[in-house]
Design a binder for this molecule. Structure first.
Ligand code: NAI
Length: 462
């Protein structure tokens, strides 16, 4: 039995970042992880492997669509699926090993096994019980199930199975036009799979700016994805290698079916807290199965904290990381803080989609007076040169004070461009502050400046 200042349960982006920050702040720290490798869903079966496949298949797309236009003659790319999966595996390994190295460097103990909390101040891993002055639950999330749909991770898969299919399917039905559905749907579409996305709502990526939703769906359609909107999947019947998906159209309740080699269920995720013993401890949970915390990530049980996908808020790795740092600082007696109003969201399709702050729809619902500054990548020299001019930057600013309230980007490198606005928002900047900042030419970031200019006297290049 060992004694620690902090034991963190889970080594995903929330947990491992929390562990490193705790160690940096001088706390004796351990992190419990039951997987073979550190890094949680994100590094092992989520963000990192999906980005590897998105990158590889984007190269395929570039070669097929744009090489010829630039005078580069190549034969049609040949896909070696085994090698692509091996590349994905190497990417995962490099990242998970990196965290192991950081744990050693920061003298963090990795307690191998699945942890539970038999009583406050104690964490059980395997047969051993360790003492901890503070316990942080960072146990993450799992794919939510859909009634009538049984996942076997072979024919009917979640994102986990979709990242390691035995072969590239000829056809795929994706249930849910959210982030996972469109990212992984893009991967297989680029590999030649006939992808059909079935979505319950009438727009893709719920909660996103309406104009971005429309543009995004149009671009995805142009790339070859099929959409069945306003349809609820009723059930999926499988044979050994095929699936039949039955769905009901919401407009007239009519039922239809569609066959596919593979069905990807991407209808959201739910907190994963099984086996921790939270119920017996009396830890307060929400109706949605999230651990309830205060603004400093304290649960109702003394010495037990929770962060990341296990609590409320967007299920995003970087939100969990920030909470990990915040709770470490809280435990160390500092003022841990996360600004939930400035958490960017990114979809790593091509083009990328990124957002931060409020949408037009939200501002209208609040009755707030605001300005819209919009600039198309068609007016951006770099984007035109790179055959990447589809999309736009939209900045929303307060009508009176010009303070930036939100930004929505669909276009090249949107996931990187958004951070200029995040920093601006953290500093309470006005659109004019961004507009008056010199931006290097020729860069994609000039489109952000032009959108900021559009909140004032107008952009130059449109
Ligand atoms: P999501 O919540 O983004 O989208 C689920 C979609 O499924 C919704 O559009 C919903 O209307 C639809 N749906 C639900 N039930 C349905 C039914 N019976 N028939 C048809 N459609 C149905 O969930 P998703 O894509 O599974 O992602 C889960 C979580 O993982 C999200 O919180 C997301 O933010 C996170 N994530 C983030 C990534 C990123 O930041 N790039 C990448 C992957 C996941």
């Amino acid at each position: 039995m060992a004694s620690y200042d902090v034991i963190i349960i889970g080594s995903g982006p929330g947990g491992y970042v929390c562990a490193i920050r705790c160690a940096q702040l001088g706390l004796k720290t351990a992190c419990v992880e039951g997987r073979e490798t550190l890094g949680g869903t994100c590094l092992n079966v989520g963000c990192i492997p999906s980005k590897a496949l998105l990158h590889a298949t984007e190269m395929v797309h570039e070669a097929e669509e744009n090489f010829g236009k630039m005078g580069i003659g190549v034969a049609k790319p040949k896909i070696d699926w085994k090698q692509m999966l091996a590349y994905k595996g190497e990417t995962i390994e490099a990242n998970t090993k990196g965290i192991e190295f950081l744990f050693k460097k920061n003298k963090i103990d990795w307690l191998k096994g699945w942890g539970s909390i038999p009583e406050p101040g104690k964490v059980k891993v395997g047969d051993e019980v360790h003492e901890a002055k503070n316990i942080v639950i960072a146990s993450g999330s799992e794919a939510s199930s859909l009634p009538g749909v049984e996942v076997d991770e072979k024919t009917v898969v979640t994102s986990t199975g979709a990242l390691e299919l035995g072969k590239i399917p000829k056809s795929m039905v994706v249930i849910g036009a959210g982030v996972i559905g469109l990212e992984l749907g893009s991967v297989y579409n680029r590999l030649g799979t006939d992808v059909t996305v079935i979505e319950f709502l009438d727009a893709v990526t719920p909660g996103m700016d309406g104009e971005v939703q429309k543009t995004f769906q149009r671009i995805m359609k142009k790339q070859g994805l099929n959409f069945i909107m306003g349809a609820a999947v009723q059930n999926v019947a499988t044979t050994k290698t095929k699936a039949k998906v039955t769905y009901k159209l919401r407009k007239d309740d009519s039922e239809a079916t569609i066959d596919a080699d593979t069905v990807l269920v991407a209808t959201g995720r739910k907190p994963f807290t099984d086996g921790l013993g939270l119920e017996a401890l009396g830890v307060k949970m929400s109706e949605r199965g999230q651990v309830v915390t205060d603004a400093h990530w304290r649960t109702n049980v003394g010495g037990i904290y929770a962060i990341g996908d296990a609590i409320a808020g967007p299920m995003l790795a970087h939100k969990a990381e920030d909470e990990g740092m915040g709770v470490a600082e809280t435990i160390a007696g500092q003022a841990g803080h996360v600004n939930y109003g400035v958490i960017p969201g990114v979809i790593y399709t091509h083009p990328e989609v990124a957002n931060v702050g409020q949408t037009e729809e939200e501002l209208k619902a609040e009755g707030r007076a605001f300005k819209v500054g919009k600039f198309s990548f068609m007016g951006n020299g770099r984007a035109k040169a790179n055959h990447a001019a589809d999309g736009f930057v939209k900045i929303l600013a307060d009508q009176t004070t010009d303070r930036i309230l939100g930004a929505h980007i669909i276009g090249p490198m949107a996931g990187d461009l958004i951070h200029e606005i995040c920093v601006a928002m953290e500093f309470g900047a006005a659109a004019e502050d961004v507009a008056r900042t010199c931006h290097a030419h020729p860069t994609y970031s000039e489109a952000v400046r032009e959108a900021a200019l559009a909140c004032g006297d107008g952009p130059i290049h449109s």
